[in-house]
Structures are given as C-alpha cells and as structure tokens.
Design a binder for this molecule. Structure first.
Ligand code: UD1
Ligand code: UDP
Length: 379
C-alpha cells in the first residue's frame, strides 16, 4: 500500500485534484491522505463538499488581505510537521498557486518525491500571470514526476532540460472533473438563476480575479461590463470571486444595471451547468479556458498572455487583454456576427479526454513501483 499525500489550497486546485483523490481512493494499492492549506476557505469548501472529500489535515490559513509571503510561510510551516508525521511515499501538488509551490518545497525538504499535476505550462513572462509563472517554474525544479496535460506543456519541460523519463502526458484532470460534474446535472444553486433556462436573452458569463489585473485592469473590466449592460438582449452573469479587491473594482461599475447579475461564487456543479447555458465566456480564469472549449463555448480571455495556447490555435479562445474597448468590441462581434460566432463555438478537446486520472495513477505506479509506462494523452 502506497500512501500519497495530495495537497490543495484553492478552488481550482481542489477541482483538479478531486478526481485524482477519488481515483486513489478506489485503487487497491493506494491510500490517499488529503492535506488542505485552505488558502481559500469558502470557495475550497464548495468543491470539497461537492466531491464528498473530507481533508485529513486542514491548515485553515486564509486571512483577509493575505499577502504572498503570508500564504507561503503559513503553508510551509503548517505542512512540514504533517509530512514528518505521515511520511507519505509521494506528494501530489497541482498547478501553480502559492500552495502548490509551498507544498512542493515542504515535501522536498523532507526528501519526499513530488508529483506535479498540470506541469509545464508557461507564458515565458515572469510577471504574467503573477506570481503563477514563477510558482510553476520553481515547482518544476522540486518535482520528481512531471505530469503535463498536453504535448505542448511536455515540450516546455523538455526545453528546460527535464529528463523525458520523468514525464508522462496525462491530459488535464479538469476534463475528468467536468465530466464527473456534468453527469450529475446539478442545480445552479442560486435563486437569481432559477429562470435562466427559459430566458430568451443571450448570456455572457464573466469571471475575473487575476492578481496582475488588480487596479487598472479590474477597473477596465468593470467599465466594459457597464457598456455591454446597455444591450437589453444580453444577460450578463458574474459569479464574483470572494476577494474584496475584485468586488471593490467591479460592484460600483455595474451598480444600477439590471442586465448585470452579480452573484456569489457558484458550486462547481452549478457553474458547469451555467457554462453550458452561456453563449459566451469572458474570463481570466485558467480552468475556464480549458472547460469552455470542451463545452463548445467561445472564450474571450481578459489577459495579455496565456499558458494555454492549444485552444487559441484551435480558434475557440481569443486573448482580449484588459482593454475596455477591445473587450466590448470582441463581445459585440460574437453577438452580431453569426459566422464569427460559429467559427469559435467548436467543441474541441485539446486539454483532455476524461482519462487523465487513469494515466496519473498509472504514472504513479510506474514511478514508485516500476509498473508499465502508461500510454500518453495525444491531443
Ligand atoms: C489564488 C491563486 C491563483 C488562483 C486563484 C484561483 C496564488 C498566489 N493565487 O488567487 O493562482 O488562480 O486563487 O481563484 O496562489 N477569499 C475569501 N474566501 C475564499 C477565497 C478568497 O475570502 O474562499 C478572499 C480573501 O480575502 C483572500 C483573497 O480572497 O485574501 C485572495 O485570495 P488568495 O488565495 O490570496 O488569492 P487569489 O486571488 O484568490
Ligand atoms: N468555478 C466555479 N464557480 C464559480 C466560478 C468558477 O466552480 O463561480 C470553477 C471553474 O469552472 C473552474 C475554476 O472554478 O474550474 C476556476 O477557478 P478560478 O477562476 O478561481 O481559478 P483559475 O482557474 O484561474 O486558477
């Protein structure tokens, strides 16, 4: 029996490791131990409760206005003793948050092999996204087994000198999570959305939170939404991140606009259903850039760079930055030009086929116990 500690801190990490935890639980030769830093609290708990995951250890570190230093030091100090007590055979971290980096560093300090899920994503710009580009590069240095989601992310790792024998392309576990969730047909989970399935208006679904957009970028996003709100045939739904920095920038800009519905963060089941109902996704989220294409939805990304070029190349994702004018123009173009809309609304699956968990577990067996090398995901 191999003990594998899975570490998560934020909503997107929890969504992407949840199916891995369920897979490890079902495997006869693995015993998962779930440690959460709770860098997010309510948004993390929404995911844990959907997947019925009860953490074995919970550091509960969230504090309003937490700085990067706060999160890093609290996570590192909290995880050390847990790793020492549990001595897992491997530690799984996911993605590029501060919990990811601190978790990998804490495991490295105990000489426990780190397995990095969603490895190898890169923009090449240390400040975009900030601090995630550096979190994931540092995590790569600490990792023993790299699990990139796509051949492109594998190529990034090879270009940085990572040994190919330590890399397995799995597909992104978010697609496994999305399939699991869509199969369960959740309710939206918010009274403001009760009538949305019968609403004749087109729906623009918006999310935003990126640290590099705090300030002018977020204000510009608010301005763009206020302008789009004049269209009576468009319903704008914004499940807003709990960060007060985001709320303070967006809420005053859209106040009084009845076509803009700002709601609390939705559970993943409700959000997945809302992505299915939406006509356009306008976001700076990493996960939504992966889920939208798989659901056949055009995604406009409010960032200047992306580490997920696959769907841009497939034509379903477009970068619009945080320029209010460009955001409005690109949303309007999708609303007004049918041919353009159809060209972006292609269901493509460059990020996964729903079998990433199977490959992840096979890769763990290969790495820890000399099992056969898994077949890799090919986009
Ligand atoms: C974090 C990650 C980012 C990830 C994002 C997903 C870092 C540095 N950033 O950014 O990579 O894309 O999560 O959303 O790791 N808050 C709550 N309750 C919650 C969650 C957040 O109150 O459940 C508030 C708190 O005031 C907190 C603030 O949001 O201080 C920011 O949270 P934090 O985790 O520091 O950064 P995010 O911007 O959420
Ligand atoms: N999501 C959710 N509820 C919401 C908004 C988003 O469950 O109200 C999901 C979304 O489907 C995606 C993930 O949360 O899987 C993205 O989280 P976020 O944008 O916070 O982080 P990122 O992906 O940018 O790291």
């Amino acid at each position: 029996m191999r003990k594998v500690m899975v570490i998560a801190g934020t909503r997107p990490e929890a969504i992407k490791v949840a199916p891995v935890i369920l897979g490890l639980r079902d495997a006869p030769d693995f015993e998962p131990f779930v440690a959460v830093t709770a860098q997010h609290r309510e948004m993390l708990d929404q995911v844990l409760s959907l997947f019925a995951i009860v953490p074995d250890a919970d550091l509960d570190i969230l504090a309003p206005g937490q700085t990067l230093t706060d999160v890093t030091t609290r996570a590192l100090q909290g995880l050390g003793p847990i790793l020492e007590a549990e001595r897992p055979d491997a530690v799984v971290v996911q993605g590029d948050t501060t919990t990811t980096f601190a978790g990998a560093l804490a495991a490295f300090y105990q000489r426990i092999p780190v397995v990095h899920v969603e490895a190898g994503l890169r923009t090449g710009d240390p400040y975009s996204p900030y601090p995630e580009e550096i979190n994931r590069r540092l995590t790569t240095q600490l990792t023993a087994l790299h699990l990139p989601p796509t051949p492109t992310s594998r190529a990034n790792l090879i270009a940085e000198g990572v040994d190919p024998a330590r890399i397995v392309v799995t597909g992104n576990t978010v697609i496994d999570a999305l399939h699991w969730t869509v199969d369960r047909r959740a309710d939206y989970g918010d009274p403001a959305l009760t009538a949305i399935d019968d609403d004749p208006r087109r729906v623009l679904l918006v999310t935003a939170h990126r640290r590099e957009s705090w300030g002018e970028g977020m204000t510009a996003i608010g301005r763009a939404l206020a302008r789009l709100a004049d269209d009576r045939d468009l319903l704008i739904v914004f499940p807003i991140h709990r960060n007060p920095v985001v709320r303070d920038a967006i809420l005053p800009a859209v106040a009084g606009h009845t076509t803009v519905v700002v709601i609390e963060p939705l559970g993943y089941g409700g959000f997945a259903r809302l992505m299915g109902r939406a006509d356009i996704l306008l976001t700076d989220s990493g996960g939504v850039q992966e889920e939208g294409p798989s659901l056949g939805k055009p995604v406009l990304v409010m960032r200047d760079t992306t580490e997920r070029p696959e769907a841009v190349e497939a034509g379903t994702v477009r970068l619009v930055g945080t320029d209010a004018e460009l955001i409005v123009t690109e949303v309007r173009r999708l609303l007004d030009d049918d041919a353009h809309y159809r060209s972006m609304a292609n269901a493509v699956n460059p990020y996964g086929d729903g079998r990433a968990v199977e490959r992840t577990i096979a890769a763990l067996r290969h790495h820890l116990d000399g099992g056969p090398r898994p077949e890799e995901f090919e986009a």
